[in-house]
Design a protein around this ligand. Structure first.
Ligand SMILES: C[S@@+](CC[C@H](N)C(=O)[O-])C[C@H]1O[C@@H](n2cnc3c(N)ncnc32)[C@H](O)[C@@H]1O
Length: 267
C-alpha cells in the first residue's frame, strides 16, 4: 500500500468514530448477519464499523482485519470495552490474505476500496474466500457528490485537492459511483447498489456537528499539508474553502453527501 491518505493520527481515529456514529441508521439499518454465520470485515481500522456490526448481529462471528497493527490494537480495546465477544482481530493485507478459499459466509468492506490501487483485484480476492452462497457488502463515498449552501468555489477547490492527493496515492475518492460496474467486473452476481444521501440542515444539529463538521470538513482539513506540499491548491484558497464548509454547518446552512452501499452474491 502507498501512504494511506488520511493517516493514523488520533484526530483521524476520532473522525472515523464520529463518522460511524453519525451514519449508523443510514448505512446499517439493513446490515444484519444470521446467527452462526462467519463474517470477514476487511480494513476495520480502529473498529468504528466493527462495533456496529458486532452489536447488530450478536450471534454472528466476525473476523476483522486491517493492514495497520496500531489500528487493530485500538479496535481490540474498543470491542473489549463494549463487552463484545464475537469479534477476533488479525493484522492482514487484502492482497495477501491468510485464508483458504471459501472460508467465510459474508464479507464486509467500508471506506477501503477508495484507498486501493487495484480495487477490482481486491474484490476478486474477496470473492475467492467467500463460500458459494456467500454475500459481500461494500460501502464507499464519492466526494464529488458533495453540495452545500451557501455554495463556494474555494470549498470545491479544497475538496478537489483531497481527491487529487488520494489519486496520487493510488486511490479513488470518487469510487462510490463506480461500485456497480466494478463488482460486476469482479464477477459478483445480483449486484444491488443503493445511494445513501446524508442531508443536513439546521433542524439536525446532531448531524451538523457529527457529520458536516467532524466527519466531512475534518477529513478535508486533514489533507491540507499534503495538498499544499504537492502544489495542488493555494494555501489561502484552501483555508477559504474550509471556512466556507464551516459556514455551511451553521444553522442556516445545508450540506449533502452521498454514500453508495452495494450488496452482491458470489453466484
Ligand atoms: C478510511 S479507513 C476505514 C476504516 C473502517 N472501515 C471504518 O469505516 O471506520 C481505511 C482502512 O483501510 C485500511 N487498509 C488500507 N489498505 C489496506 C489493505 N491493503 N489491507 C487491509 N487494510 C487496508 C487502512 O489501514 C485503514 O484502516
Amino acid at each position: 500500500m502507498k501512504s494511506y491518505v488520511h493517516g493514523y493520527q488520533a484526530r483521524e481515529n476520532e473522525r472515523l468514530q464520529d463518522q460511524a456514529g453519525a451514519l449508523v441508521e443510514l448505512l446499517h439499518h439493513d446490515t444484519v448477519y444470521p446467527a452462526g454465520s462467519n463474517v470477514l470485515e476487511v480494513g476495520c481500522g480502529v473498529g468504528a464499523q466493527t462495533l456496529i456490526l458486532a452489536q447488530r448481529s450478536p450471534d454472528a462471528q466476525f473476523k476483522s482485519i486491517d493492514v495497520s497493527a496500531e489500528s487493530i490494537g485500538k479496535a481490540k480495546q474498543k470491542i473489549a470495552a463494549a463487552g463484545l465477544t464475537n469479534v477476533q482481530f488479525e493484522q492482514a493485507d487484502i492482497f495477501d490474505l491468510p485464508y483458504q478459499p471459501e472460508s467465510f459466509d459474508h464479507v464486509f468492506v467500508c471506506f477501503v476500496l477508495e484507498h486501493l490501487p487495484r480495487p477490482r483485484e481486491a474484490l476478486m480476492i474477496l470473492k475467492n474466500i467467500l463460500r458459494p452462497t456467500g454475500t459481500i457488502t461494500v460501502i464507499e463515498g464519492d466526494h464529488a457528490s458533495t453540495f452545500f449552501y451557501p455554495d463556494n468555489v474555494a470549498a470545491h477547490a479544497a475538496i478537489e485537492s483531497l481527491v487529487k492527493v488520494q489519486a496520487q496515492a493510488g486511490g479513488n475518492a470518487l469510487i462510490g459511483r463506480q461500485l456497480y460496474p466494478l463488482m460486476l467486473d469482479a464477477g459478483f452476481d445480483n449486484v444491488k447498489v443503493s445511494p445513501r444521501m446524508v442531508y443536513v440542515d439546521g433542524s439536525r444539529p446532531d448531524l451538523i456537528d457529527a457529520f458536516t463538521r467532524k466527519t466531512f470538513t475534518a477529513m478535508i482539513e486533514g489533507a491540507r499539508e499534503s495538498a499544499i506540499a504537492a502544489d495542488l491548491v493555494d494555501p489561502q484558497r484552501f483555508d477559504e474553502g474550509i471556512k466556507a464548509l464551516y459556514r455551511a454547518a451553521e444553522r442556516d446552512g445545508v450540506f449533502c453527501y452521498t454514500f453508495f452501499k452495494a450488496v452482491a452474491s458470489k453466484r
